[in-house]
Design a protein around this ligand. Sequence first.
Ligand code: FAD
Length: 482
Amino acid sequence: MYDVIVVGAGVVGPCIATVMARQGRKVLIAEREWTKPNRIVGELLQPAGVKALKQLGMIGAINNIDAIQVDGYYVSYYGRHVEIKYPDKSVLAEIDTEPVPGALKLGNEDKLDTDSTLNMSEWDRSPTVHGVAFHHGDFLMNLRGLCLAEPNVTKVEGNVTDLIREDDRVVGVKVAGKDEYRAKLVICCDGIYSKFRKELYQDKQPEVGSYFVGLDLEDAELPLKNHGHVILGKHAPILVYQISPRHTRILCAYRSPQLPKQKEVLEYLRSQVLVSLPEKLKPSFEKALSAEQNVYKSMPNQYLTAKPNTVPGLIYVGDSLNMRHPLTGGGMTVGLNDAVLLCKLLADVSSDDFLDEGVMLEKMLTFHGERKPLDAVINTLSIALYTLFAAESKYLELLQRGCFAYFQRGGDCISGPVGLLSGMLQSPGLLFYHFFRVAFYSCYLNFCDKGFLQSPLALWENICTLSIAACVLLPYLIKELM
Ligand SMILES: Cc1cc2nc3c(=O)[nH]c(=O)nc-3n(C[C@H](O)[C@H](O)[C@H](O)COP(=O)(O)OP(=O)(O)OC[C@H]3O[C@@H](n4cnc5c(N)ncnc54)[C@H](O)[C@@H]3O)c2cc1C
């Protein structure tokens, strides 16, 4: 009998298992594949994710993996560009930065060290917060290493095939080819393809609106070092960020709920993506395209709103509970901040009280409410920005142009949106405010373009643009806040 079983050792699972173990609980973590994964996901961690790793005492996981400090974004729009810096460190005063009780066993697990790529004196000296980019597999292996170093953690390798139930309560898991394992609480961190999500969601499926096609670039030259790059144009948005001194990730969105055959994807990459890249970047992209095999990997971009955790004995955290578009690189930030919140809420609950359904239901409702300010912002923003940046209609193109022009204005037209995207400003109201300022600014630009003679046309287009803006933001924001 364990106190806790964690299913899945991806990004969130090892963090929860480690903290629960440091809090003195007996933990089993079950993962089907303990070897290093090679995925195109989870490679850029936003500043609020870095903050959450510190609170969990797991920040050491970004050391010694050739990680690259990220200072902000470089957004290019039909060849013009704007630089967007992450917010000033003063924003840290506005949000919860307290470590999770018990997470800092030695007292220094929230400190980053200088290593071959991260310079802590530079990091500390700079006035802004930072994100970080890395090879996903290396980061995961560090998280798992920290987790398995805890004496209270036992690992098991194998596919969790079933949940064991007694009456209505989940009391353990079955692992293929192994035993049955029992615990007072099962925490499901089994990611986007969660086998057990149906316990909570019954027939609701995640929505897939587009794909990301990812390539590995070698020795790529980026227009601005230490920045994530977003390239906008007629094509769907392209993301580029350096993940180690010699490797750069490029993710090209493909607008379709189904990815076509390889030949068509390659044609898209050659005819639409390559021509839109900054000149410096083209040679490395052409080289990656000419690889004989495995030119690209692809992943669906899914969306799922979180529901309150109401299954007795079972809690979902991370992508198993909810998902957003990866354009804004917010998934790990949401998962890690949820892990912080959950471990804080359960810190004063004894393991025996995990069996008390009244206590746990109350905690889970609090969890659902308290995660909203950050999660609603990141999830809604990801969908809204993707819709604008992919611009599949004339009115969305007006909004896309308005959004870029809004960034060009600087000041709070940059600090607000990037504060939201980085997870440092956790206010759905602020998201509403900036989104509709962008919408009205787009309308103003359209009026200026059309001039007096075409003002009736501009008026009609602007009414359509504002209605589209409302349809892009409001349904998601409302769903997220419920
Ligand atoms: C294309 C793409 C790019 C992304 N880029 C970013 C980014 O740059 N920044 C960011 O913050 N987020 C990004 N994300 C999102 C991010 O990857 C996820 O939010 C994050 O990995 C979620 O962590 P998790 O622990 O919930 O799930 P995962 O990290 O997916 O871990 C789930 C784990 O559970 C294991 N597992 C699953 N089922 C079972 C089972 N039945 N038995 C045993 N083990 C099981 C899996 O093997 C896996 O190890 C991206 C997503 C996509 C699709």
